[in-house]
Structure formats: structure tokens, C-alpha cells
Ligand binder design. Structure first.
Ligand SMILES: Cc1cc2nc3c(=O)[nH]c(=O)nc-3n(C[C@H](O)[C@H](O)[C@H](O)COP(=O)(O)O)c2cc1C
Length: 209
């Protein structure tokens, strides 16, 4: 039977990409926060499609000279070997370009993001794909029209004098996202996950997103 609401669902449905960078699986607070964000978004946008990119299970390769040299070449000059080198980057670029909403899980490890997330960022910032230069030399980001929710978790609780969550995660990720054209960025932060007796209501945090 044809669903009479199908046109409405088609209109509201979104492509949602959940990027995971915690190695902690079922124990991960950033994954649970990301899932709570998705639960809330699914209520707002019925019929949405969710894709998961787990950077810990499937590690992004580190940039090397072959990758960097290939990434600056014109499409027609790229050899088959170089195409293969850029394969991972091509795949994740297709994925993020297709997404309307991105949930970027960013647990704090040693005052910064997990190494897999840094490697992922290095693979998506690419000339001609996510950034380009206009005739007058102005640089523009190409991934406009997306919303990114940062799902940030840290074991400690920080004050204004020393705040690595803001300084090394929110500011760093926001700078990168703006660089590639994404300006609609919302941060959801859970601090103190390693404090004795820590509990959290993930759904409550996401209620008003
Ligand atoms: C190797 C390691 C390094 C960590 N470094 C920090 C840190 O620098 N600052 C902090 O507040 N918490 C730190 N933590 C605690 C994590 O931020 C905390 O466990 C958080 O919940 C991680 O997110 P996740 O649960 O999604 O993995 C560290 C934990 C581990 C295992």
C-alpha cells in the first residue's frame, strides 16, 4: 500500500552521517551522545537515512608524499596508481558531500582529538574537492549547506582559564569546518566522564537541538 505521507517524508528526510572516533565502542560517551543526537533528528526528519563512518574500525591512511602530489594534479593527469592512493579520500568525500547533516564524534584524548579524526580531516581537506580558489585569488570552501553537530566528550571538567575542550577541540574543528565551507556548527559537550559517580542523560542534552 502506498503511504499517503510519502511526499511529506521525502521532503523532511535527511542524509545523516555519523562519524565515530572513539575506540571505546559500547562504553563510549561520544558515540552515545551522537546516537542521542540522531534519535532527536530522526523525530524532526522522519525517513532520514543514517550512514556510519567508524574511523577506529577502518583507519584513514596518513598523508604521504605520493598522496599529496597526486591530490594537487588535474584529474586527467592522475595515474591509476595515484587514483588508488586517493581512493580512501574519494570515498569519504563522496560520503560527506552526500550528507545534509554530519554528527562528528570527538572524544578528548591527551588534550586533543583522537589521531584517527586528525587523519580523516587530512583526507577531506582537498583542493578542488572541498576548497578552491576563485579568479581573484579568494579561497572558498565547497561544502556549504550542511549542518554539523560536534559530539564532544572529555574525562575532565574545565574552567575558563584552562579549557582544552574549547581551545583544542571546538576551535580546531570549527576552523577546519569553516575552511571547507561549513558554517552551521553546533557543539554538544559532555565533560567529567571520568569523575567518580558520573552519570548523564544523553537525551536530555539533545532535547532542544
Ligand atoms: C588515552 C586517554 C587519554 C585521555 N586524555 C584526556 C585528556 O587529555 N583530557 C580529558 O579531559 N580526558 C581525557 N581522557 C578521558 C576521555 O576524554 C574520556 O574517557 C571520554 O569519555 C572519551 O570519550 P569516549 O567515551 O567517547 O571515548 C583520556 C582517556 C584516555 C583513554
Amino acid at each position: 500500500m502506498i503511504n499517503p505521507n510519502r511526499h511529506r517524508i521525502k521532503k523532511t528526510m535527511k542524509q545523516i552521517l555519523h562519524i565515530i572516533s572513539s575506540p571505546m565502542g559500547n562504553y563510549s560517551h561520544s558515540i552515545k551522545l551522537g546516537n542521542a543526537i540522531i534519535k532527536q533528528l530522526a523525530l524532526k526528519h522522519p525517513g532520514s537515512k543514517i550512514t556510519e563512518r567508524n574511523l577506529v574500525n577502518d583507519n584513514p591512511p596518513y598523508l604521504d608524499s605520493a598522496h599529496i602530489l597526486a591530490s594537487f594534479k588535474n584529474e586527467q593527469d592522475i595515474s591509476d596508481e595515484e587514483k588508488e592512493k586517493l581512493g580512501y579520500s574519494d570515498t569519504i568525500l563522496r560520503e560527506i558531500k552526500h550528507a545534509d547533516i554530519v554528527i562528528l564524534g570527538a572524544p578528548m584524548y591527551n588534550f586533543g582529538i583522537h589521531a584517527t579524526l586528525k587523519a580523516y580531516i587530512d583526507q577531506i581537506v582537498r583542493l578542488g574537492q572541498t576548497i578552491t580558489y576563485q579568479a581573484d585569488g579568494t579561497r572558498i570552501g565547497l561544502l556549504a549547506d550542511k549542518t554539523v553537530y560536534l559530539a564532544i566528550t572529555a574525562g575532565g571538567s574545565y574552567n575558563n582559564e584552562f579549557n582544552p575542550v574549547n581551545d583544542y577541540i571546538v576551535n580546531h574543528l570549527s576552523a577546519i569546518l569553516k575552511y571547507i565551507g561549513i558554517n552551521n556548527i553546533k557543539s554538544l559537550i559532555i565533560e567529567g566522564t571520568k569523575r567518580p559517580g558520573f552519570t548523564v542523560d544523553y537525551d536530555e542534552i539533545c532535547r532542544n537541538i
